[in-house]
Design a protein around this ligand. Structure first.
Ligand SMILES: *Cc1c(COP(=O)(O)O)cnc(C)c1O
Length: 426
């Protein structure tokens, strides 16, 4: 096993200086104990942990790394703007260049607003839908992640039932449940949120059923509600437009974040004429929302998205990985469930209710210098190469064999097995 001395010492300090250590999605609390928590450096497709172990990184910072860590083109644009000014008393002119460039790329969009995190964007889209319609109910799919604000956080500690009053749920890809939820909202429906595809943690991913997407559009047209596609995770990883262009459906609002400035902090709400007035009516702002550096990084990232084959490269690598893993898994007698778009892989094991096989396999992969995730979707970045994928597949073969050999001895993760224990007992 790899050395974790520095990481252990940092965790010890973190447990005192931070409440319960590192919080949120980058906490390793729900990962095997072998996972490093702290990283010193990242470059291209690679990460170095606090003990200088190097990993090929299939998490891509949980989404922001699209082109490779430290992409020179993007970071030079950011540095040039930093020399001019970052957070100033008003935005730089390039805010308009960025809005124009973004609107030009996204078919449904006529205007853009920028913020910092995905949660800012989804919360703002929710507020715009209500301001535009004068109605209250927001429909979301059960289990979908739209951010960490009280109205949408998956963990209820510190929130009130009232925070989620008027947030109703339906089942993704289930037209009947969508229709029933819309009927229940009566004439009080403000908006329908939709992930571009089902990419919830712990379960198989599912592509959108075009019938579901089309029905959501129709129901919004019939009721006057706003259709909102939350493209924060999948945006520019499926296509160079809003992801639901792939199923022929145009939303009124879309939310963007994570990767469109290749790791620089910026997110966005894009909207159509249908909700321009609502967007103009709300009070939306933040101390850093008008900072120029992330805008310069975003403008350059959008140029690279338009002008290079980064996307086709990611899809080809994702398909290469999926096929390679399928072959070696079969050879080693392992049944995998690989779901969703190949460039955003979710890799789960059959008959692995409490994820012990997945945990054993991804832990073994870490020892081979590959950082994968046992229950969250992963990402391919454009800095990866075919040789990286071949190395991954070869490591996977060795690690599948190891999991099979150890099958009887695998231990459940204490927290995760408690979460899924009931399911496992069914
Ligand atoms: C990450 C994510 C968010 C929240 O974005 P933050 O930048 O973490 O606030 C919202 N929606 C989806 C689909 C996401 O993946």
């Amino acid at each position: 096993m790899r050395q974790r001395t520095q990481d252990r010492a940092l965790r010890e300090r973190a447990s005192k200086a931070l409440p319960n250590g590192v919080y949120g999605h980058e906490s390793t609390a729900l990962l095997p104990d072998t996972y490093p928590q702290f990283f010193k450096r990242a470059e291209g497709a690679y990460l170095w942990d606090a003990d200088d172990n190097k990993y090929l990184d299939f998490m891509c910072a949980y989404g922001p790394n699209l082109l490779g860590y430290g992409d020179k083109r993007v970071d030079e644009a950011a540095t040039a703007q930093l020399a001019l000014g970052n957070a100033m008393t008003g935005p730089p002119p390039l805010m308009i260049d960025l809005a124009e460039a973004f609107i030009d790329m996204i078919s449904h969009a006529d205007w853009a607003m920028f913020c910092k995190n995905g949660t800012d964007a989804t919360t703002m889209a929710r507020t715009i839908a209500r301001a535009e319609t004068g109605k209250r109910v927001i429909l979301v799919a059960e289990g979908a992640y739209h951010g960490a604000a009280p109205w949408c956080t998956p963990v209820r500690a510190g929130t009130l039932p009232e925070d989620r009053a008027f947030i109703q749920t339906c089942t993704y890809n289930d037209v009947a449940s969508l229709e029933a939820a819309v009927a229940e909202a009566g004439d009080d429906l403000a908006g329908i949120f939709a992930a571009p595809f089902k990419h919830d943690a712990f379960i198989d991913q599912a592509l959108p059923d075009p019938a579901y997407a089309k029905r959501a559009r129709e129901l919004c047209d019939e009721t006057g509600a706003m259709l909102i596609v939350d493209d924060i995770r999948a945006g520019f990883r499926l296509t160079r437009d809003c992801s639901w262009e792939l199923v022929g459906v145009r939303p009124d609002l879309s939310t963007w974040g994570k990767c469109f400035a290749n790791g620089h902090p910026i997110s966005a709400v894009l909207g159509s004429e249908r909700c321009r007035e609502g967007a103009g009516a709300i009070y939306a702002t933040g101390s850093f929302w008008f900072a120029g550096v992330p805008m310069a990084a975003a403008l350059e990232t959008l140029r690279i998205i338009r002008e290079t084959d980064y996307l086709e490269h990611q899809i080809a690598l994702g398909e290469h990985l999926r096929a390679g893993l399928e072959t070696v898994a079969e050879a080693e007698g392992v049944s995998l469930r690989q779901t969703g778009p190949a460039q955003m892989p979710q890799i789960l094991f059959e008959d692995d209710q409490d994820f012990r096989k997945g945990f054993a396999w991804t832990s073994a992969m870490l020892d081979h210098g590959v950082y994968m995730h046992p229950w969250h979707n992963m990402f391919i970045c454009a800095a990866m190469t075919e040789a990286d994928i071949d190395m991954t597949v070869e490591a996977a073969r060795v690690c599948f064999a190891q999991v099979q050999a150890d099958a009887e001895k695998l231990e459940p993760h204490p927290v995760v097995s408690a979460m899924f224990g009931a399911r496992a007992a069914e």
